[in-house]
Design a protein around this ligand. Structure first.
Ligand SMILES: NC(=O)c1ccc[n+]([C@@H]2O[C@H](COP(=O)([O-])OP(=O)(O)OC[C@H]3O[C@@H](n4cnc5c(N)ncnc54)[C@H](O)[C@@H]3O)[C@@H](O)[C@H]2O)c1
Length: 377
């Protein structure tokens, strides 16, 4: 995947100095992709848990004694001259790490979801604007050929004006606890299924329809599985579960589009439904998967009329031609740094995703519809 930016960096002979903030599960995918880039030098990283960064980099085949390792994002950014960081911390520290890095003049690749609250998202966008640096949000499905096809179909006008979208998905059982409780504790995750996988299904449709502004939301969330010890191998997890395992919402978007959303980490059902996009001239069905992470569960179908006859056109599942979505997410971020932007996955778009998530959480707590207000950045 050689790009012009690759060549430019290679010619100048300078490597981009990159560090990893948060050395947990997803950091591995970042490091693997950075290691494939000739114009990157991973100088080190940070993790709050003593010894975790050392063990992580050793596991990645890198010598920890040759790296700069720190006990938090702050010490790392205070002490090192960096071109870029990947923020791979749990959701609750996304905002503080990202804002601190931008304030230090460092470009940031921030993992999804953008953060926990809309207020945090606003602060992140303001810090980005002030810094003039590149901030890209880690939605790798944006590089998936099928996701790009969904956007292409909608943007081509094939479906006409869009007026209704159903999206979401989820797992029959899939509360993520592979490496402990950072996804299920309120203090670390902030959000449950709503933030973790809900952000993906929202991004697919919001990006396809051109990121309309959300106006109002009626949200619901529950924790019936998360709080029940019988659904865990380690029943003590039920005591610390402090987020949602299911969320649903009815959202009004600018342009008269209705968004009907539901997402589950666990449910007594196989799927809460496919993603459906209704337009005045056609409809698109996107089969759901049992692990909603921004992939399609099968061939998509366009429903439309041709010469007065009702016709269905199948869109076969597209291959990414052996390209790794994470590699593309990392490379697009590096290229934006080298060329001076724009951000491949801009915070100015993802803030609407965060506004909906935040709106669902707040509306669910209040038990009524709320208006979404996004301040000027
Ligand atoms: N894009 C994807 O496909 C994908 C997949 C999994 C997770 N994620 C996202 O990545 C993020 C991290 O997930 P994970 O599974 O790696 O979590 P994790 O709990 O395994 O790792 C997070 C690490 O961040 C560290 N940390 C937190 N605050 C810190 C700070 N201020 N400074 C330094 N270290 C800090 C924690 O100590 C922890 O080790 C989450 O937001 C998650 O949603 C994305």
């Amino acid at each position: 995947m050689e790009t012009q930016a690759d060549e430019t960096a290679a010619k100048s002979g300078e490597k981009l100095k990159v560090a990893i903030i948060g050395c947990g599960w997803i950091a591995e995918a970042h490091v693997k992709s950075y290691l494939k880039c000739d114009d990157v030098e991973i100088i080190g990283g940070a993790d709050l848990i003593p010894g975790k960064a050392e063990a992580f980099f050793a596991e990645m085949g890198m010598d920890p004694s040759k790296l700069k390792l720190y006990p938090s994002h702050k010490e790392l950014l205070d002490n090192e001259e960096l071109d870029a960081v990947s923020v791979c911390t749990y959701n609750a520290t996304h905002a503080e790490c990202t804002i601190y890095a931008l304030e230090k003049g460092v470009n940031v690749l921030l993992e999804k979801p953008m953060c926990v609250t809309l207020d945090e998202a606003v602060d992140i966008c303001r810090a980005e604007k002030k810094s003039g640096k590149v901030l890209s949000i880690g939605f790798q499905p944006r590089f998936d050929a099928n996701m790009q096809m969904i956007k292409k179909i909608v943007q081509s006008g094939e479906l006409g004006d869009i007026y209704y979208i159903q999206t979401g998905g989820g797992r029959r059982r899939g509360i993520p606890t592979p490496y402990g409780t950072s996804f299920i504790e309120k203090e670390t995750a902030g959000l449950g299924a709503l933030g973790d996988i809900g952000c993906y299904s929202l991004d697919v449709v919001l990006n396809a329809v051109g990121n309309p502004k959300p106006l109002t939301v009626t949200g619901y969330k529950s924790d019936f599985f998360g709080k029940n010890p019988k659904y865990y191998k380690n029943p003590e997890y039920a005591d610390v579960f402090g987020v949602d395992d299911f969320a649903a919402a009815f959202v009004r978007l600018e342009g008269g589009i209705i968004l009907d959303f539901r997402i589950a980490w666990a449910m007594h059902m196989d799927t809460p439904g496919d993603t459906l996009i209704f337009g005045k001239e056609g409809g698109l069905r996107i089969p759901s998967t049992d692990c909603w992470n921004g992939s399609v569960g099968g061939a998509m179908k366009v429903y439309h009329d041709v010469a007065g006859e009702r016709v269905e056109t199948e869109i076969p599942v597209l291959s990414n031609q052996g390209k790794d979505l994470f590699d593309m997410k990392i490379r697009s971020f590096l290229d934006a740094i080298i060329t001076g932007g724009p951000s491949p996955i801009p915070a100015s778009e993802i803030i609407y995703n965060q506004a909906i998530i935040d709106g669902i959480a707040r509306s669910a707590e209040l038990g009524r519809e709320i208006e979404i207000e996004i301040p000027e950045i």
